[in-house]
Design a protein around this ligand. Structure first.
Ligand code: AMP
Length: 389
């Protein structure tokens, strides 16, 4: 059964008029997607938006629908002066986005004139088609050709949408985007969409908007299990320390990221390693920001052989060529197991993930394996000579 808020959320509750809600139902849009739930009310209130979301998330409707509603309330445009400018990286996307505007514009009391322009086709018909344009969907190059030839003026734009901004930056449209921004009035609503966050995008966000509503639906990182060799030891709790030191001193792995179940445990494990002559640091939420930064930097630079962490570091963190991850204590959720081991086996380099499983943790470990559809042999640690570790 879907969570309550998703089950009960409707396009009507988001503030869309009944004519649009009916048209959406005709198109098979029964319930708003997550990005629509957040973006539609904010755009209706004329807020700026930074939306991190991929194609397929329903982002086109998330901006097209509230823009169409807001356009119903403002006077018709002056000729050749669009009120809404949607800039997209490709011809295909231009056609698709323009189509969504057109589809839902038809049912409104004041239908909106939508024009779509892109390069690679004759510019003349596009120049002629600018009369009365309200929403202009354009690729950057062709848009500038049209403004350069005075077929169009951008000084009346009230709403700017940059869709797939990261792709535009990757395709080398940075100059064009800056030129387009310089042609727009300062007072406007800005809607910036991108599949990913990048430094360039951050720069764009800074020049475009001050306090946007941020919606982050970026999908979780891809972890390549084929690059991660996984093994596990059945080991009583009191032997986990010696087993860790045995592996650390075996020199098999120049660097190891060790996961513990709490900050307290992480400190404790790192202390014991140091007492036994192994350089190690702990990192967790209760450490100061500067201590965390220093430990992580040293580890990333290869200066620190062992870093002991809580699940603070289990997601997203990229440590170049990390050879080994050890689950000193198992994570609570099967998903976290995958995130933890995904710190290794990155950038096409093979890595090792080892889990220490105490007899008390055995049932939980089997559940983690089952949920992740994994199988691995459990090595009995009593077969190892841990004496002196
Ligand atoms: P987009 O991410 O905007 O490219 O949309 C992806 C696809 O999802 C398109 O085919 C839309 O027609 C469809 N779509 C968007 N929102 C909804 C919704 N709330 N319910 C069903 N389909 C949707």
């Amino acid at each position: 059964m879907p969570p309550k808020n998703i089950r009960t959320m409707t396009f009507t509750k988001l503030g869309l008029p009944q004519t649009l809600v009916d048209a959406l139902a005709d198109e098979g849009y029964q319930q708003p997607y997550p990005i629509q739930q957040e973006a539609i009310p904010a755009i209706l209130k004329q807020k700026d938006i930074l939306g991190i979301a991929k194609t397929g998330s329903g982002k086109t409707a998330s901006f097209a629908l509230p823009i169409l509603v807001n356009l119903q309330k403002i006077p018709p445009p002056v000729n050749r002066q669009p009120q809404v400018l949607v800039v997209v990286p490709t011809r295909e996307l231009a056609i698709q986005v323009g189509g969504v505007f057109q589809l839902f514009s038809k049912v409104l009391p004041h239908p909106v004139k939508v024009v779509t322009v892109y390069g690679g086709v004759s510019i003349n018909p596009q120049m002629m088609g600018m009369n009365g344009v309200q929403v202009l969907v354009a690729t950057p190059g062709r848009l500038l050709d049209l403004t350069d030839s005075k077929a169009l003026q951008l000084s009346a734009v009230k709403i700017l949408v940059l869709d797939e901004a990261d792709k535009m930056l990757n395709l080398g449209f940075k100059e064009e985007m800056n030129r387009i921004l310089s042609l727009l009035p300062d007072q406007r609503q800005n809607l910036l969409f991108s599949a990913t966050l990048s430094p360039d995008l951050d720069g764009l966000r800074l020049i475009m908007m001050t306090d946007p509503v941020t919606i982050n639906l970026s999908v979780e990182e891809k972890i390549d299990l084929d690059l991660i060799e996984q093994s596990s030891y059945l080991v009583p709790n009191e032997k986990k320390g010696p087993l860790l030191r045995y592996l650390a001193k075996s020199n098999a792995y120049p660097q190891i990221l060790v996961f513990a179940s709490s900050g307290y445990r992480a400190d404790n494990i790192a202390d014991k390693l140091r007492k036994n002559g192994v350089r190690a640091a702990a990192i967790h939420g209760k450490k100061s920001q500067s201590a965390r930064k220093k430990a992580l930097q040293e580890f990333k630079d290869g200066a620190l052989p062992i870093l002991v962490s809580t699940d603070l570091l289990s997601r997203g963190i990229d440590i170049a060529a990390l050879p080994c991850v050890i689950n000193y204590e198992l994570p609570r959720s099967p998903k976290d197991y995958i995130h933890r081991i995904g710190r290794t086996g990155r950038a096409k380099k093979v890595g090792m993930a080892i889990s220490f499983v105490s007899p008390e943790e055995l049932t939980h470990f089997k559940m983690i394996l089952k949920k992740n559809k994994l199988w691995m042999e459990l090595i009995d640690s009593s077969l190892l000579d841990l004496h002196g570790y």
